[in-house]
Design a protein around this ligand. Structure first.
Ligand SMILES: Nc1nc2c(ncn2[C@@H]2O[C@H](COP(=O)(O)OP(=O)(O)OP(=O)(O)O)[C@@H](O)[C@H]2O)c(=O)[nH]1
Ligand SMILES: [Mg+2]
Length: 211
């Protein structure tokens, strides 16, 4: 029998809520929140759009485009957050420090944050900042799931090999807790797997289909 998880419907009805430049502008800190993090240009906004079947988040060929914490509502209790990309060299230093401070304040204080989706370009995985995020998640016991994005840029076999290699490095450095998968926005690859993780973190049960 086919079970349909409510996360699919919730993703389809996702809607933009608010952009916050500071933590005190974030929506009320209650319910369930999942944040999308990653290096600038890794494909955070594209992944969010692909998972929600909508063009909610602005994507761009110019890295460093998402400059605020952008919140998207799934239902009264559940939200997704597009975080500013880190590590884009051309962003002026004061602005960089500003984001970093607010990103840290958000990550360190957000009670409703239930998990981090970390986007890594499959061709440039485990950057220095990715490692810092992994360290932070491990230290604060924040669940983390990695999307190896732009998997379409490699042949399938090469993508699989890259996945295995990163998986091995993750186990060595951070244990078995971190999960990882292939993802491609244009190929719409890996959507169900990623949605299943969201459903688990947001405590949504599988329900039998009506009728
Ligand atoms: N081929 C391919 N291109 C992708 C994929 N995901 C994103 N891109 C492209 O990569 C570029 C950056 O994507 P974004 O989703 O804007 O990246 P981001 O991580 O949100 O970037 P910032 O907001 O600047 O931090 C855009 O040109 C996207 O079209 C993918 O899975 N495959
Ligand atoms: Mg973005």
């Amino acid at each position: 029998m086919q079970f349909k998880n409510p996360i699919i419907g919730l993703c389809q009805q996702a809607a933009f809520m608010i952009s916050a430049a500071k933590v005190d502008q974030c929506p009320d800190d209650q319910g369930f929140e999942v944040a999308f993090a990653g290096r600038s240009n890794a494909g955070k906004s594209s992944a969010l759009n692909t998972l929600t079947h909508a063009s909610l988040a602005r994507t761009s060929k110019t890295p460093g485009r998402t400059q605020l914490l952008n919140f998207f509502r799934l239902d009264e209790e559940r939200r997704l957050v597009d975080l500013p990309g880190y590590g884009y060299a051309k962003v002026p230093i004061p602005l960089k420090l500003h984001w970093q401070r607010h990103l840290e304040a958000y990550l360190g204080s957000r009670e409703s944050l239930k998990g981090l989706m970390l986007m890594m370009d499959i061709r440039h995985p485990l950057t220095e900042f990715d490692r810092l995020m992994l360290d932070w998640s491990a230290a604060s016991e924040m669940p983390m799931h990695i999307l190896l994005t732009k998997a379409d840029k490699l042949a399938y076999g090469a993508a699989k090999n890259a996945l295995l290699k990163v998986q091995t490095d993750l186990r060595k450095g951070w244990g078995d807790g971190v999960t990882i998968q292939l993802f491609s926005a244009p190929k719409r690859m890996g959507i169900e797997e990623a949605q299943a993780v969201l459903a688990r973190w947001m405590e949504l049960e599988d329900t039998p289909p009506a009728g």
